[in-house]
Write a protein that binds this ligand. Structure first.
Ligand SMILES: CC(=O)SCCNC(=O)CCNC(=O)[C@H](O)C(C)(C)COP(=O)(O)OP(=O)(O)OC[C@H]1O[C@@H](n2cnc3c(N)ncnc32)[C@H](O)[C@@H]1OP(=O)(O)O
Ligand SMILES: O=C([O-])CC(=O)C(=O)O
Length: 372
């Protein structure tokens, strides 16, 4: 047997949901540039789950179904109030909350397709309510009930801040949701598929995916980008700071990608949003630093910025707490995870690769008293 570290270059499944070919990303055949410019997040949810764009009636039905399911059980709100709120990691809270949500769903273990589709709507609808309720509770504020007539993006910002957002904020947030929604067989999506390929339930699949997204080499990079920019503090300090990190063999968060060689097509949209929003909110220095770092890393390491790099300064400009950046990624990526989970159930086979054994051989058991 020969193994490939990190499964690099291995094609592990067929999928009709999204593709990355020659550095071009499409969702069900639609170019990400087209979707980022024109579509609502709700349309993208429908697209990922059905591999076609909805007509008006189908879109309205999905919006109604999401609106119907946005409220969360009181037990989840009580659980969100039960933590040592200063030290808890919001991704750990989210991971636990989605798992707990399954406990309050009577059909959690039903495996029929229609039941799984109902649960997909339920999970997608409730995840923003959970993230925003937690964000408010830890500040000593009461959760804000969802407004069922707002768009998905507007509702998130409304539940987070308790007031209806400006159009520009909604537009930016919607675009960020669209850009993060799916990405072929990334680590968290693969995790979700491995989990449900055992015929475990959909809540387990999403909980597993959240666990994988949390790591700094994946979704957890975005909040670390912001920590780095904050530590740099000043545009003139950007390159010396990066040089020092590289000397210490540290990775620069938000840079590099397993699949993209030239560039991540999502990054240019987030770069432009960062330029605009940091300019409007008096945070231009974070954009200026980011541009310098991106250029330096490209020239010196040949690595492109990934989706996490500019999303950091975009979310910061929207006034969002830095440790909510990764949960927000999860709110969006849930749409992709659910699409992949449904696709996996639809044509399932257990995912079980092999390992090249490198440990000792031909050992003989000795009783503990005889061991040195
Ligand atoms: C949504 C997302 O998940 S996008 C990715 C988010 N993650 C990050 O931004 C974290 C920073 N980036 C990384 O760690 C990597 O680029 C990954 C994890 C994204 C991809 O990793 P891989 O394809 O496994 O590449 P790997 O980590 O093996 O790196 C290959 C080489 O490039 C270097 N490299 C890769 N990324 C970086 C980086 N961000 N900063 C500095 N060096 C880097 C590695 O040190 C390694 O160098 P070496 O060959 O001299 O040892
Ligand atoms: O595809 C990957 O490896 C990581 C990524 O960019 C994503 O999940 O959006």
């Amino acid at each position: 047997m020969t193994s490939t570290k990190g499964l690099e270059g291995i094609t592990a499944t067929e999928s009709a949901i999204s593709s990355i070919i020659d550095d071009k990303l499409t969702y069900a055949g639609y170019d990400i540039d087209d979707l980022a410019t024109n579509s609502s997040f709700e349309e993208v949810i429908y697209l990922l789950w059905n591999q076609k764009l909805p007509n008006k009636k189908q879109l309205d039905e999905l919006k109604d179904a999401l609106a119907e399911e946005m409220d969360i059980p009181d037990e989840i709100t009580a659980h969100l109030k039960s933590y040592d709120l200063k030290s808890v990691n919001p991704m750990a809270v989210l991971r636990t909350s989605i798992s707990m949500l399954g406990i309050f769903d009577n059909e959690a273990d039903e495996m029929e397709e229609e039941s799984n589709k109902r649960k997909a709507v339920r999970i997608q609808a409730k995840i923003p309510t959970i993230v925003t309720a937690f964000a408010r509770i830890r500040k000593g504020e009461e959760p804000v009930k969802p407004k069922k007539d707002l768009s998905f993006a507007a509702n998130f910002l409304y539940m987070l801040n308790g007031e209806e957002p400006e159009d520009l904020e909604v537009e930016a947030f919607n675009k960020a949701l669209v850009l993060h929604a799916d990405h072929e067989l990334n680590a968290s999506t693969f995790t979700a598929r491995v989990c449900v390929a055992t015929l475990s339930d959909i809540y387990s699949g999403v909980t597993a995916a959240i666990s994988a997204l949390k790591g700094p080499l994946h979704g957890g990079a975005n909040e670390r980008v912001m920590a780095m920019l904050t530590e740099i503090g000043d545009v003139d300090n950007a390159i010396p700071h990066i040089e020092k990190k590289l000397e210490n063999k540290e990775k620069i968060m938000g840079m590099g990608h397993r699949v993209y060689q030239q560039g991540d097509p999502r990054a240019k949209h987030l770069r432009e949003m960062s330029r605009e929003l940091t300019g409007l909110t008096g945070h231009s220095k974070f954009y200026d630093m980011s541009v310098k770092i991106e250029k330096y890393i490209k020239e010196n390491k040949g690595l492109p910025a990934n989706v996490d790099f500019y999303s950091a300064s975009v979310y910061h400009s929207l006034g969002i707490d830095h440790d909510l950046f990764t949960p927000i990624f999860a709110v969006s990526r849930t749409s992709g995870w659910l699409a992949h989970i449904l696709e996996q159930y639809n044509d399932n086979r257990l995912i079980r690769p092999r390992a090249d054994y490198t440990g000792p051989k031909n050992q003989t058991y000795k009783p503990v008293e005889e061991r040195s």
